[in-house]
Structure formats: structure tokens, C-alpha cells
Design a protein around this ligand. Structure first.
Ligand SMILES: Nc1ncnc2c1ncn2[C@@H]1O[C@H](COP(=O)(O)OP(=O)(O)OP(=O)(O)O)[C@@H](O)[C@H]1O
Ligand SMILES: [Mg+2]
Length: 281
């Protein structure tokens, strides 16, 4: 995707959909996101990839206004997230990593709740809620309790919720986690179609490298709180040599997923320190 005629500078363009500069977050003494720079162009489908604990969700929570950065800035369509969080909330839709739909409400009620939260005018609410459910193929199930939905239907319901305010930026944290291959395909087709129909920008995380390869224009590889590589999947693959897959790229930049610091429960470091202890002891 092109950012049009806008001039690209080291700090991105004024038209960047998302621009993170030196973005940092700490949980106590643990730095979960460490000086992350990331620029996403309007209309792009952008994947943030990385092993468990890399800092993906924490990054997303900062740019969706839910966590306040310790340092650095993030803007969404030029709006500073720290300075104007309510304005930013109006232009984003967010599907969190954990399932968030209320099992005790029907499909319609779940989406209506979001319509109220996101200030959709009362007069337009009914029509917009019905439209969002229809776009996700949930019209028939709309009056059933969400507790009776399958995992794939719940993910689609959450997408309907995220789309209720016609977001310019859709943020999806592992949208297909726990879904069977058919349901994953359905969710991706919906997302791709929505992106095309509404010229949305999409930022998402996934652990499925085949999905990232098939659907992302560009990806960033995140490991231990920092971005290790950014580019088109095909370019990153080509960079490793003929026949390389995005799985290979992932391993190249992030190492074995067991290769974590001991405080994160990494097995490899524990094994290594045990060996060292034996040698020394
Ligand atoms: N509420 C919290 N309190 C303390 N530490 C946290 C908290 N949430 C996350 N962390 C730590 O911050 C780091 C980044 O976590 P984050 O959830 O952003 O990772 P992630 O890349 O989304 O991982 P996953 O792929 O497992 O979802 C991890 O080391 C994690 O243990
Ligand atoms: Mg996460």
C-alpha cells in the first residue's frame, strides 16, 4: 500500500495510520515494550508477530488507549493517543486477545452494548447493530445467547462489536486463536473483505505464520520487547534464501520460543544454567 504523495521522513508521514516512536512500557522493573518504532500506512494490513511474552499485546494496549506509555509517543491518524484518548477511541475498533463477548447476552445485545459505549446515536443504533451482525453472518443467530455460540461465532460477534463505529483502524489481537482451520479461514476472509470494502487499516497479531504470510502486506517481528525486523513477508523470506518460509523468518529473528529469560520461565536458559551449575559445582 502506498501512502500517496505524502513525504516519508524518518518520523513517518503525517498520514500514517499508526506511528509509534520510542514507545516503551514497564510492568514494575520489567520492560515489556522497549523503544518500539513502528509506522503503519493507511489501508495496510499489518502483522505484529513474535513469541509469547514478546510485548505484542502490551504494544496494542498502548495504542488503543488502554495503557499509558512510560516513554515515547503513539499517534493514530495523526491524533496523539496520550493527549486525545477519547478522539482515538472513535476511530479504532479493537478485538482483544481474550474472548470478551458476554455469554449471558444475545448477539444483538452484545453489539448494542458496544454501540452505546461508542456513542453511536440512538436513532442509528438499531440499523447499525443489525448491519454489523449481518456483515459477520450472524443474523440468524442474533437473538440467541452468545453462550450458545461456537468459538468461531463468538470471534465473529466480537468483530461485529469492533466494527460498530465504522473504525478507520481495526486492531485484532490473535483473532483466530483457538479456531479450527475452516473457522480461521472464514474470519480472515471477513477481515480481508471489510478492509477492501471500507478502506480500513488493520493491525493484527497472530501465531499462525501461514495466515500472516497470506494476509499481511507487512509484518514486524517482535522479540523480548523490541522490533527485530520489518518488511513484506515475501521480502523477509527472500532475505533468508530460496525456499525459506515465514516460520523460518520467525525462528531466525526470535530464536527458539523456549529461549526466554529464566524469569519468564524459559526452559532453555534453565537447562543451560543447570549445565553450568553442574560444571562449576
Ligand atoms: N499485567 C501484567 N503484569 C506484569 N507483567 C505483565 C503483565 N502483562 C504482561 N506482562 C509481561 O509483559 C511481557 C509482554 O507481555 P505481552 O502480553 O505484551 O506479550 P505478547 O507478545 O502479547 O505475548 P502472547 O503471544 O503470549 O500473547 C511479558 O513478559 C509478560 O509476562
Ligand atoms: Mg498477547
Amino acid at each position: 500500500m502506498s501512502a500517496g504523495a505524502a513525504e516519508r521522513t524518518p518520523r513517518g508521514t503525517v498520514t500514517d495510520a499508526v506511528l509509534c516512536t520510542g514507545l516503551t512500557y514497564r510492568f514494575g522493573t520489567h520492560t515489556a515494550v522497549d523503544h518500539v518504532d513502528m509506522a503503519i500506512e493507511p489501508g495496510e494490513m499489518f502483522g505484529l508477530l513474535g513469541p509469547n511474552g514478546a510485548g505484542k499485546t502490551t504494544t496494542i494496549r498502548m495504542l488503543t488507549t488502554l495503557l499509558k506509555p512510560a516513554a515515547g509517543t503513539v499517534t493514530v491518524f495523526g491524533i496523539d493517543v496520550a493527549a486525545r484518548p477519547m478522539l482515538v477511541r472513535r476511530v479504532i475498533g479493537y478485538v482483544p486477545q481474550m474472548l470478551s463477548a458476554d455469554a449471558n447476552l444475545t448477539g444483538v445485545e452484545n453489539v448494542e452494548l458496544f454501540a452505546r459505549l461508542f456513542d453511536v446515536p440512538r436513532k442509528e443504533r438499531k440499523e447499525k447493530v443489525a448491519g454489523a451482525l449481518d456483515a459477520m453472518g450472524l443474523t440468524e443467530a442474533a437473538t440467541r445467547l452468545a453462550g450458545t455460540y461456537s468459538g468461531g461465532m463468538i470471534r465473529r460477534l466480537e468483530l461485529a462489536q469492533a466494527l460498530i463505529n465504522a473504525p478507520r483502524l481495526l486492531v485484532l489481537d490473535e483473532p483466530t486463536v483457538g479456531l479450527d482451520p475452516i473457522a480461521r479461514g472464514v474470519v480472515w476472509e471477513y477481515i480481508a473483505r471489510l478492509r477492501d470494502e471500507h478502506q480500513m487499516t488493520v493491525l493484527m497479531t497472530t501465531h499462525y505464520m501461514d495466515e500472516a504470510d497470506a494476509y499481511c502486506d507487512r509484518v514486524s517481528l517482535m522479540h523480548r520487547a523490541t522490533i527485530r525486523a520489518t518488511g513484506r513477508p515475501a521480502d523477509l523470506r527472500a532475505g533468508l534464501g530460496e525456499g525459506a518460509t515465514l516460520d523460518d523468518v520467525f525462528r531466525h529473528y526470535t530464536g527458539d520460543t523456549l529461549d526466554k529469560a529464566p524469569e519468564e520461565g524459559g526452559l532453555r536458559d534453565v537447562r543451560r544454567s543447570r549445565r553450568t551449575a553442574r560444571r562449576l559445582g
